[in-house]
Design a protein around this ligand. Structure first.
Ligand code: MLT
Length: 222
């Protein structure tokens, strides 16, 4: 399970909800462009950011508001972001790999419960190797849902997740404020008006979609 609340896994969830055929994730931009160019231009889009800014020459940045039905329906999205897509690549060998944001927390949790998974690895993408408040918040939100709704015993096996659960209980009634308090939230705010993105990324359990890796680096909804 990979989490990148601001904004990669939220964008992936909304793109699939809006009918994107699939999302292929990349850490390397040259590899992305080479792979995308093997597809007809009208069947694919290139999206991504670096430092929160849209990559020059790409069709879209990384805003969950930009992946509308009109834009993405039926297309393959070639995506690269600073952290989220790198995290997805790091754990692409996992038996089951899902991408989670806050909008699809419940859908992903129910998927985990249905799989009766014994071990669940939660990878928060953070920012360039450093901790991120918003990804930890979402990990806590997932753990909280599993503890409250899973009929199997749920063991919180490390202090990182225990701290995330505490963080969730503290911020769960003001998620938007938590996202704007986070370092990456402040980074986005310094780049311009991202209020729409903040609102979209802070919405909880509004998307019944489970972005699932179907082959190495390729994600579809399941
Ligand atoms: C990331 O992958 O680092 C984030 O999604 C960056 C962003 O979109 O602001």
């Amino acid at each position: 399970m990979v989490i990148d609340v601001l904004r990669a896994t939220t964008t992936i969830s909304w793109a699939l909800k809006n009918g994107a055929d699939s999302i292929q994730v990349f850490a390397d931009l040259d590899l992305l462009i080479e792979s995308a160019n093997k597809w007809n231009a009208d069947e694919r889009l290139m999206l991504g950011e670096r430092g929160g800014k849209k990559i020059e020459g790409f069709d879209l940045g990384n805003s969950p508001l930009s992946v509308t039905k009109k834009v993405v329906n039926g297309r393959r999205l070639f995506m690269s972001t600073t952290n989220g897509t790198k995290s997805l690549q790091k754990v692409q060998h996992a038996k089951h790999l899902f991408a989670m944001g806050l909008p699809n927390r419940k859908a992903v949790a129910e998927k985990i419960i249905s799989l009766q998974s014994e071990n669940v690895l939660i990878l928060g993408s953070g920012w360039e190797g450093s901790y991120s408040l918003e990804d930890s918040l979402a990990a806590g939100a997932l753990a909280s849902y599993l503890v409250l709704n899973c009929n199997l015993e749920v063991n919180i096996v490390n202090d990182e997740l225990q701290a995330a659960l505490t963080l969730w209980n503290f911020w769960k009634d003001d998620i938007l404020k938590c996202l704007k308090t986070a370092t990456h939230g402040k980074r986005l705010t310094s780049l311009g008006n991202y209020d729409g993105d903040f609102k979209c990324c802070s919405e909880l359990d509004c998307l019944n979609i489970v972005p699932t890796q179907v082959e190495r680096g390729v994600i579809r909804s399941s």
